[in-house]
Design a protein around this ligand. Structure first.
Ligand SMILES: O=P(O)(O)OP(=O)(O)OP(=O)(O)OC[C@H]1O[C@@H](n2cnc3c(O)ncnc32)[C@H](O)[C@@H]1O
Ligand SMILES: [Mg+2]
Length: 197
């Protein structure tokens, strides 16, 4: 079976990529399968820079094709924050619940029509001795006033999808994988599938 290495230790992402690649008959491995590999420092100032840094660093270590995902939540009323700081918005420990509580606190008193936000996903495909490829996807929504739903990860419980009348965390994983920023970026990558193998 074909296999692709994703440069992440985020369990939520790994689950989604496993499902999305399984549709193509491809198995996913991740940095959780290689406990000796250290986290790559995200020193870039954009999603694209950070996705490239993660994919290229791990690709060099393994000398093979590697996919990395840099993603996050951009809230209009917060001038695009948390943005590239999404994973560590409430501190270095990467606590999903503390992060979303911080966003809710900062959004207190903001009326519904001004609570617009989007999830952004950048996939970088690093190929030894070739230029890194970039694929992007976004998903539009509104920030809720309190968390709802148990599925997904990260900011999903406070991200309301207008035409579904549900938060991302209330959707099943199959439904999220049809509309999410990650699924949209994956679709673009899958149109260029042949670069992977
Ligand atoms: O860098 P890696 O190792 O892949 O894992 P990470 O968790 O640090 O990932 P990012 O640097 O890309 O930060 C993305 C953060 O944005 C949030 N996020 C990304 N995609 C999301 C999604 O589909 N649903 C909810 N939150 C998401 C979540 O809090 C992530 O921790
Ligand atoms: Mg990260």
């Amino acid at each position: 079976m074909k296999e692709i290495l994703i440069a992440t230790k985020n369990k939520g992402k790994i689950k989604e990529f496993s499902d999305l690649f399984a549709e193509k008959g491809i198995k996913v491995s991740s940095l959780l399968d290689f406990p000796g590999i250290e986290d790559v420092e995200e020193t870039g100032s954009t999603f694209i820079e950070n996705a490239k840094i993660k994919a290229e660093t791990i690709s060099k270590q393994f000398n093979k094709i590697v996919v990395a995902d840099d993603s996050g939540l951009c809230v209009d009323a917060l001038q695009g924050r948390p943005g590239v700081f999404s994973a560590r918005y409430a501190g270095e420990t990467k606590n999903d619940e503390a992060n979303l509580e911080k966003v809710l606190m900062e959004m207190e008193g903001v009326p519904f029509e001004k609570r617009t936000a989007r999830f952004h996903c950048v996939l970088a495909v690093a190929i030894p001795n070739e230029e890194t490829r970039i694929y992007e996807g976004t998903c539009e929504g509104h920030i809720t006033e309190k968390p709802e739903g148990e599925n997904g990860f990260g900011y999903d419980p406070i991200f309301y999808i207008l035409d579904r009348e549900q938060t991302m965390a209330q959707l099943s994983s199959e439904e999220k994988n049809k509309i999410s920023h990650r699924a949209k970026a994956m679709k673009k990558l899958s149109e260029n599938w042949k670069i992977l193998f």
